[in-house]
Write a new protein. Structure first.
Length: 402
């Protein structure tokens, strides 16, 4: 039996998502009006009506932005139009197929924000940087070859990782249009093979640190300098540090609480702040106050969004190559491992959900391995009574044995 309730604000607010599938709830008052509740909790009004033997799902709008009265009126109009011989669903599909990619992207970001997607700001940044070539094109005009050429170009200009993230973004935007907006289109990003990625193991090494900190000291943009330092000293993810707020910081307890809405795994993370990190934050608090974002910036985001140019300046001054901002997170973990800190403790500070994730960083730490090799070799030689291993086996010139 279909699930039915009388649509009220309280009743719709109380609807809980079902794990792994979309929940459909009918309105008792208006025939054909339903609310779909996604597994992530988003709620959208639809009108369901059979047209030419096929049930059409006609999207009305999000529960958060469309009133129940408006949804009922829209559903009644759709049903009347169908009775008069029209097919609103097909009309909408044709009209939306003439949308531009920019218009579809705007719809997608609005929906993503309503769902609480944490990477929307980063997706918008990537759109501005790399997808302007698609922005003005009508959706019906965008072919797989356009996306394939774009993917190859970004891979050449900005690297394979950036290219793959952009391909995934275009694919997600089109899938949203097809599934949620009923677009009669094939996804032009579907079936395009990603560039092969290798697990990255770059970190800051001990011999690079003096040059790195000298370059930081010479950085005139205090926000960039402090952002880089806090990233290194907390191991925080780029998006979390950029959007760090003063109400997440407790200098009295020495903690940074990343709320679940910002955490990658959806669970709040409490990051202990080292004395050095606290000193940097206290300095910023004295200079700028403790309201809003720790790293404020212009634009809609309200905080620092793109530190790339400042980061490149620092690397040039330091004479360091092939180091990315995310490598700072890996660097902190690697130095912790070098210092003998357990994987479980490191993982908790970094917000990892499993020790296996933290273990990836363990292979970057050479000092514990070197120490273990030294101890093993010393034990072997001690047991053999050898003090100078170079004299144990005489080497004859011109001969070697395998």
């Amino acid at each position: 039996m279909p699930e039915k309730i009388n649509f009220t604000k309280t009743a719709l607010l109380a609807l809980e998502p079902l794990p792994g599938k979309r929940r459909r709830v009918y309105d008792e008052k208006q025939k054909g009006l339903v609310v779909y509740v996604s597994p992530t909790g988003s709620k959208v009004f639809y009108c369901l009506k059979k047209v030419d033997g096929k049930v059409e799902e006609i999207r009305i709008g999000e529960v958060a932005t469309v009133t129940i009265e408006t949804a009922r009126a829209q559903a009644a109009k759709i049903i009347n139009d169908i009775a008069a011989g029209a097919n609103p669903a097909e009309q909408r599909r044709r009209k939306r197929a003439e949308m531009t990619f920019a218009q579809l992207f705007a719809e997608w970001t609005r929906e993503a924000r309503a769902r609480g997607k944490r990477s929307v700001a980063n997706d918008e940044r990537n759109y501005r940087l790399h997808l302007q070539g698609l922005a003005k094109r009508k959706l019906s005009e965008i072919q797989r070859q356009h996306v394939r050429v774009l993917h190859q170009k970004i891979g050449k200009d900005s690297g394979i990782y950036a290219a793959n993230r952009l391909l995934a973004l275009v694919r997600a935007v089109f899938n949203f249009g097809i599934k949620e907006l009923d677009l009669s289109l094939s996804n032009p990003a579907a079936g395009i093979r990603m560039h092969r990625e290798e697990s990255r193991d770059r970190r800051l090494h001990a011999d690079e640190l003096p040059r790195f900190f000298e370059a930081l000291a010479e950085e005139e943009n205090v926000d960039i300098r402090d952002y880089v330092l806090i990233s290194l000293l907390t191991g925080g993810r780029r998006s979390n540090v950029l959007s760090m707020r003063w109400d997440e910081i407790s200098l009295e307890r020495g903690t940074w609480r990343i709320p679940s809405s910002k955490a990658k795994a959806g669970e709040a993370i409490e990051v202990p702040l080292s004395t050095a990190a606290q000193e940097i934050l206290r300095s910023r608090a004295s200079a700028n106050g403790t309201q809003g974002f720790v790293f404020p910036g212009p634009g809609r985001a309200g905080h620092l969004v793109e530190p790339r140019k400042g980061w490149e300046r620092i690397l040039r001054r330091a004479g360091i190559e092939d180091l990315r901002l995310h490598d700072l997170r890996r660097s902190l973990a690697s130095f912790q491992i070098d210092a003998g800190v357990s994987l479980a403790v490191i993982g908790k500070g970094l917000g990892h959900q499993s020790q296996a994730t933290t273990a990836v960083y363990a292979r970057l730490a050479q000092e514990p391995v070197r120490d273990a090799m030294e101890k093993g070799a010393a034990a072997i030689l001690a047991a053999a009574g050898v003090t100078n291993p170079a004299k144990v086996v005489p080497i004859k010139k011109g001969k070697c044995s395998a």
